[in-house]
Structures are given as C-alpha cells and as structure tokens.
Design a protein. Sequence first.
Length: 261
Amino acid sequence: MILDEIVKDKRIRLEEHKAVYPPAQAVSDADASVKAGRRCDDAFFANLAKPGISIIGEFKKASPSLGVIEQKIELTDRIDEYNASVDAISVLTEEDHFNGNIGYLKKVREITDLPILRKDFMIDEYQFYEAKAAGADAVLLITAILDDVQMKDFYDLARGLQMGVLVETHDEYEIERALKTDARIIGVNNRNLKDFSIEIGNTKRLRKYIPEDRLYIAESGIMSDEDVMLLKEAGVDGFLIGRAFMESADPKELAQKWKSM
C-alpha cells in the first residue's frame, strides 16, 4: 500500500533529521518557544471555529496521486493571497512523496500571522518538538497510521506543547478511535490513503458520527463549486484545500468565492 511505503520512508528520513538537528536540541527549542509564549494552540481552533465556513489553505509541491504540481505563483505570493482569504495554512513537510520539508514551514512562518498546521506523517515524538520549534501552531494526526496508545500520547504531547491537533479519519471506526482523544477538531479525508482514490461523499456520509461540539473539517477532493455546496449542505465547519488552490493563479479569489457561496 502507498501509505505503508510513505511511513517506511518517513522512518528513514527521521534518522537523517535527528543526525542534523539532534532530539535534545529540538526539545530545548520547543520548550523555549512554549515558555516564551510564542504562538498558542487556541489560535488554530479559534480561527476554525469562527462563524461561517473556515478554510485551511495548503502549500504543497507534489503528491503521490498528482505528481509534481505546477506552481502558478511563488510561495511568498501564495501566502500573501492566503493571508487575505483563509483562516489557517497547512504546510506539507513530507519529503519523499510530497516534495516538502520543514524548511517550507519556517519560511511560511516568517510571512504570515495565520495559524500554521504541520501536515506530515507524525509517527515519532521528535516530530512534535521539531514542529513547535519551527513555528507550527498545530499538527495532523492520521488515525490510519497510529494505534490508540500513540494517538493519545501524541495528542497529549501536542497539547502540552501548546499546539492544536487536527485528527484525520476516513471511516466510522477511525472516527470512534479519534474521539477517544477528546480532539476538538476532527477531519474526514475524502481520499483513501490505501489507494489514494477520492470519494467526495465520504464527508457527507460520516457527518452523523461527529458530535456537535467538535469542529468537522472536510479534507481532499474539493475542486468545484458543486463540491463546496455539497459539503456545506452536509454541515461541515470548514475545508482543508490543497490541489484546487495550488493549481489556481488566484487562490484568494477562489477562497473568497467559496466562503461566500
């Protein structure tokens, strides 16, 4: 499966990261950020919880399903457009399959005050300290690659580092597991991470399993006005959108249109 390959490659990359940026230094830098009061997990939740539909605009260079994405505008211009239109920014930092790296998150941090979500395959405590030290306000936990103990431990670690958490699910069973963490933000991925196929109706189908006191975020496959309307009618609180914005020369206009529909 593609997911297994990604996680395998991530384990190799982690050893490289630790050799360059030792875990003890990452922990020290993350703790210093917490003590300095720089950024806060409440910013991510609060921005997504505002009235109306919220949008997390993504920055990514590639994906296993799309290959390399043609960049219509440069990173700085993109973030300027996001600053004027979205509620948070997701930065892909996975190297081997999405052409990302933690350096992109650091660059984005320098040019935005919006909350930043580190989107990666989080399988090691080290990644959470690395994320906090780089300026992330939140992290993604993918239910499909974690057991229940890891989910709870990683969730508590992120919160202890004053980062928000978006817990990603794909079916009823994963939602049930995600809710055990007391996560305030539950995402449903319309992309099956085992074969990367898309089913936009997945978010609508699973809406009834999400308690009303949690934020419900639709992820992946949101490409058209029809997709946006379908998901708004399904009762989502927000969208995480990557490809549509990355392929657009004017993501600000697109985000503003979809918010106003």
